[in-house]
Design a protein around this ligand. Structure first.
Ligand code: SF4
Length: 477
């Protein structure tokens, strides 16, 4: 409940049958809705002919029965839920992106962020490419298309493009005859695949989407791997595997992913419970009740309660039904958005010393509002514990964590933050606990750059979400 927005969710399937592929993608996207609520889209492939529908809004609003029927039948399909970290909230920027070229069509859905997209786009534009969107995904699509013109196969084109792209990318790509899953060599964003009883292969950002379509989890796509699903079976290309360390985004476990997902062999729920236990050990306090801020704070609140022996209670009800028709509040009301989304169950906190578990603090405004809501409901004390360490740097890999001048922890001491937020005590997860949180059974690398640990895939020279939105002064008249 930190005001950060998720990045994107990708979903794709290859089926030996032609049965309800659009609906299957719809159910998959429904399970990935938490990863992006700005726009969504589905593209169905009927023997090389692509039908697409994309629009602004959540899956439930965008896809009616009629729209799903209009997509027709096919044997391959891809889908996407988007929160854009590069480019405006614009229907044009909705994904999957479809490209038609001399060797056929391609549809591509992307989760992540490319750090050298500005330079790549400039080079492509100088060679005559004309871009329709302002998202970095189109840069990947054009780069693969360009390579495809001189390659034997789509997978060879992707392999060549990967030599040029830097940053975070989990992709599902559809060619006329193939479904392809790609994960960047650092494995920053999650991607996994499974198979249904009827032999349909399903690729998704998170395993919860496989469960939603009754697909059995097979495995995660490895960092740097290209996986091709076609009538010839499954082909794994590993030219980029092992060229770098694994660097899964640690914030996937803390906040982005659904707790019922398992990423790179680690249950998101268990990781959050572990974080809660660590907080109870490192930041103990005398209190009457532990409550979590929905959704990401709930599992960690359980962990804190298990470890401390303090009773767990349900302190909040979250309103999840904020769809496309919801009228966004004006600037003045925006800070009180928490009132619309979250309400306190007063009987659970009135007259009590409360341990409040949330995921993170960005600017501090949301935390301050939540603490105040508990005080208004009669809480005697509020002790805030965060399952993320202090944010001190921006994210360039697909999350809208702002730069350090807008991050509370980058500019204030713990004591100052406690005063600003208005809580009785404050404790962040210690950085050395992160590895423990995701288990130490095997050496699992992770990205924790926003906590000050350096950027595994580099950082952009030219940055800003709207870097491709040029003003008239930047263009020829
Ligand atoms: Fe995740 Fe932070 Fe790394 Fe971004 S910088 S990928 S949010 S850990």
């Amino acid at each position: 409940m930190n005001g950060l927005r998720e990045e994107c969710g990708v979903f794709g399937l290859w089926s030996p049958h032609r049965f309800e592929v659009a609906r299957t993608v719809y159910y998959g996207l429904f399970s990935l809705q938490h990863r992006g609520q700005e726009s969504c889209g589905i593209v169905v492939n009927d023997d090389g002919v692509f039908s697409e529908y994309k629009d602004l809004g959540i899956v439930n609003d965008v896809f009616t029965n009629e729209r799903l029927d209009a997509l027709g039948e096919g044997s391959i399909a891809v889908g996407h839920t988007r929160y854009g970290t590069t480019g405006q909230t614009d229907r044009n920027n909705a994904q999957p992106i479809v490209v038609n070229h001399i060797k056929g069509g391609m549809a591509l859905a992307h989760n992540g962020n490319i750090v050298n997209s500005f330079e790549l786009r400039q080079a492509l534009e100088l060679q005559g490419s004309i871009f329709q969107t302002t998202s970095d995904t189109e840069v990947i699509a054009y780069l693969i298309t360009k390579e495809r013109l001189t390659s034997e196969s789509i997978q060879e084109a992707i392999n060549s493009a990967m030599n040029k792209i830097r940053g975070a990318y989990s992709l599902v790509i559809m060619s006329p005859a193939k479904l392809i899953a790609v994960r960047d060599p650092h494995g920053i964003r999650p991607l996994c695949y499974g198979v249904t009883e009827d032999g349909t292969y399903v690729v998704a950002s998170e395993s919860c989407a496989l469960d939603a379509v009754s697909a059995k989890f097979v495995r995660d796509v490895d960092p740097g791997e290209i996986l091709v699903f076609s009538r010839d079976g499954i082909e794994s290309i590993r030219d980029h595997c092992g060229s770098t360390d694994r660097n899964i985004c640690i914030f996937e476990y803390i906040y982005f992913a659904r707790p019922d997902s398992v990423i790179d062999g680690v249950s998101v729920h268990s990781a959050r419970v572990n974080a809660g236990k660590a907080l109870a050990q490192d930041w103990p306090v005398d209190a009457d009740v532990v409550i979590g801020v929905p959704d990401s704070g709930l599992d960690a609140a359980l962990g804190y309660a298990y470890q401390s022996g303090i009773p767990y209670a349900m302190g909040f009800i979250k309103n999840k039904y904020i769809g496309r028709t919801f009228i966004a509040p004006g600037q003045k009301q925006r800070e009180r958005m928490v009132d619309i989304k979250l309400n306190v169950i007063k009987d659970e906190v009135k007259g009590k010393r409360v341990v409040l578990i949330d995921d993170s603090v960005v600017r501090g405004t949301t935390s301050k509002n939540i603490v105040q809501k508990l005080r208004d409901a009669g809480a005697k004390e509020v002790h805030l514990r965060l399952t993320a360490p202090e944010f001190i740097d921006a994210c360039y890999y697909g999350t809208d964590i702002p730069d350090s001048k807008n991050l509370l922890a980058a500019n204030h001491s713990l004591e100052e933050m406690k005063e600003i937020i208005g809580c009785d005590s404050l404790g962040f997860l210690k950085k050395e606990r992160l590895r423990e949180m995701i288990g130490e059974k095997e050496a699992r690398g992770y990205c924790s750059a926003c906590f000050g640990d350096g950027y595994p895939a580099g950082r952009p020279q030219t940055n800003g979400k709207y870097r491709f939105e040029r003003k008239l002064s930047d263009k020829d008249e």
